[in-house]
Design a protein around this ligand. Structure first.
Ligand code: F6P
Length: 505
């Protein structure tokens, strides 16, 4: 079996103590399979992009690349985070498109392809991650890479009308058809992508999860909801209650209940709406005032992008306003913290909390929701308030589903969580925890990688049949191809995928 080669914008290098959910999930995949992780080094080279750094850690080889200031600005701050990020999170109002940043994004993707292609072997399994690297598969194929390539989108796939508003959307999204398997977080994301292919992408949906690009190349797509290491998080949380930082938090609560939110400081997370919901709760439930303290942890993110700086200012004002209005000499209702904490400490914080607030306006999955559930004490679990616009809501049906735009409804839900009987809390939690044990991060990566390997089994099977069957190109009508191109049998069979020969350089 070939190596697993993971490609992502960020790489969790061995010396880095903190890594986000995505990075942890990928690190586990690589530890299990062995292989290479290729991505941005996190460093800016004052001169030029492209310097490589190599580092071996156990069975994982880390290969990272520096970016120049200009490339980082155009690719990361520019097209990835000022164009694609808002677009993919349904925020057309925040989309800032320019030909220059798009060119920079293409250029960095081409650089990734140019550096990575010579390192690849024919039997490698390449797994590309997220919206930073949408054109990469196509650029690798153009450099003669023939191995299996998968792509996974960690963020939402928006409605096709929104995608179609992006200048040069066809050129960009067609690139995904160079993959063998495109993975999404939820079935809804898959459906929206199929709509896009059909309505605006000049392609065809042959059957659910099987598409054809305008150039005739077929590729598969599916929903693979990402998850967490459920049992590990449960263990970490149980141990974390003995950590000094967690004990200090307990002591500071003076017996009051804790509500918690943990999010990157990002407009997709619905943070102003969440603070207003808490304010609404304080206003409309005066009898509960003083019983609950809300800790919102929001590490600063993407500070190079103006919208994130404006959001930070808005949250500072709002939190000051809420505390000014409702605080008592011995109680501050809202603790708003911009720093990050070690992952294990966060699991301890989750375990202490009676209420978990995960109310994004849009989110691909949201692993905080899953971690909050995994971290709870089975004897006395907290209540999760979850937005229907997070991918996690498709799975965590024991949560209180809260529309983040409904400030009154969210205020009511906080009050409901505060008074929910223990039996109901247990019942809700138990169903979610059992689901997360069966659908953990290992399940996610194995299911995805198996599906990616199986796509190629189809191709192999096709190659074996090629001599006595018509090819995809010459196979006559669509109906004939669908039924095997064989009028003799008339029977259904699986449609083989055809990998076109990539151009040679
Ligand atoms: O999950 C979406 C994502 O963009 C990941 O790709 C990324 O690792 C994470 O959010 C954090 O964002 P950033 O790398 O821009 O800090």
């Amino acid at each position: 079996m070939g190596r697993l080669v993971v490609v992502s914008n960020r790489v969790a290098l061995p010396e880095e103590s903190r890594a986000g959910g995505l990075a942890i999930a990928l690190l586990d995949a690589l530890r299990e399979e062995g292989g290479m992780w290729f991505g941005w080094s996190g460093r800016i080279d004052p001169h030029a992009s492209g310097r490589l750094h190599e580092q071996q850690d156990g069975n994982i080889e880390f290969v990272t690349m520096d970016l120049s200031e200009q490339d980082h600005e155009d690719y990361y701050n520019g097209f990835a985070n000022r164009t694609l990020w808002p677009l993919l999170h349904f925020r057309m109002d925040l989309v800032d498109y320019s030909r220059d940043t798009y060119a920079g994004y293409q250029c960095v993707n081409a650089l990734f392809a140019g550096k990575l292609a010579p390192l690849l072997r024919e039997d490698d399994l390449v797994w590309i991650h997220d919206y930073h690297l949408i054109p990469l598969a196509k650029l690798l194929r153009e450099r003669g890479v023939k191995c299996r390539i998968g792509f996974f989108l960690h963020v939402p796939m928006p409605s096709s009308d929104l995608l179609a508003a992006l200048p040069s959307h066809q050129r960009l999204f067609e690139g995904l058809s160079s993959c063998d398997l495109v993975g999404f977080q939820t079935e809804r994301d898959l459906e929206r992508f199929q709509d896009y292919v059909r309505l605006f992408g000049r392609g065809r949906v042959i059957e659910r999860g099987l598409m054809e690009a305008p150039n005739g190349r077929r590729f598969r797509a599916g929903a693979f909801p990402i998850s967490i290491d459920t049992r590990r998080i449960a263990e970490l949380a149980a141990e974390a209650v003995n950590k000094p930082s967690v004990k200090r938090l307990v002591a500071s609560m003076s017996g009051r209940a804790l509500a918690i939110g943990v999010d990157r400081l990002d407009y997709s997370k619905g943070l102003p709406e969440r603070l207003r919901s808490f304010q609404n709760y304080l206003h409309r439930y005066p009898q509960q005032r003083g019983q609950l303290t809300f800790l919102q942890i929001a590490p600063v993110s993407r500070g190079g992008v103006a919208e994130y700086r404006h959001l930070r200012e808005e949250l500072e004002q709002l939190s000051g306003h809420i505390n000014g209005r409702y605080a008592e000499p011995d109680w501050t209702p809202l603790r708003y913290v911009n720093r990050n904490y070690p992952h294990s400490t966060l699991t301890g914080f989750y375990r202490l909390a009676k209420v978990g607030l995960v109310t994004p306006l849009r989110d691909g999955m949201n692993l905080v929701a899953k971690e909050f559930v995994a971290a709870q004490d089975a004897e006395d679990p907290g209540v999760l308030l979850l937005s229907p616009f997070a991918g996690a809501a498709r799975e965590l049906d024991g949560a209180l589903i809260v529309n983040p735009y409904d400030i009154d409804g969210a205020g009511d839900a906080i009050a409901q969580a505060m008074t929910m009987p223990l039996a109901e809390r247990r019942e809700r939690w138990d169903a979610m925890f059992r689901h997360l044990c069966a659908h953990d991060v290992t399940h996610w990566r194995r299911t995805y990688l198996q599906a990616l390997r199986d796509v190629h089994l189809d191709i192999d099977a096709h190659a074996e049949r090629a001599e006595d069957e018509p090819t995809e190109r010459e196979g006559g009508t669509w109906h004939e191809r669908r039924t095997g191109g064989d009028r003799r049998s008339g029977g259904e069979r699986r449609i083989p995928l055809v990998a076109p020969a990539p151009p040679r350089h």
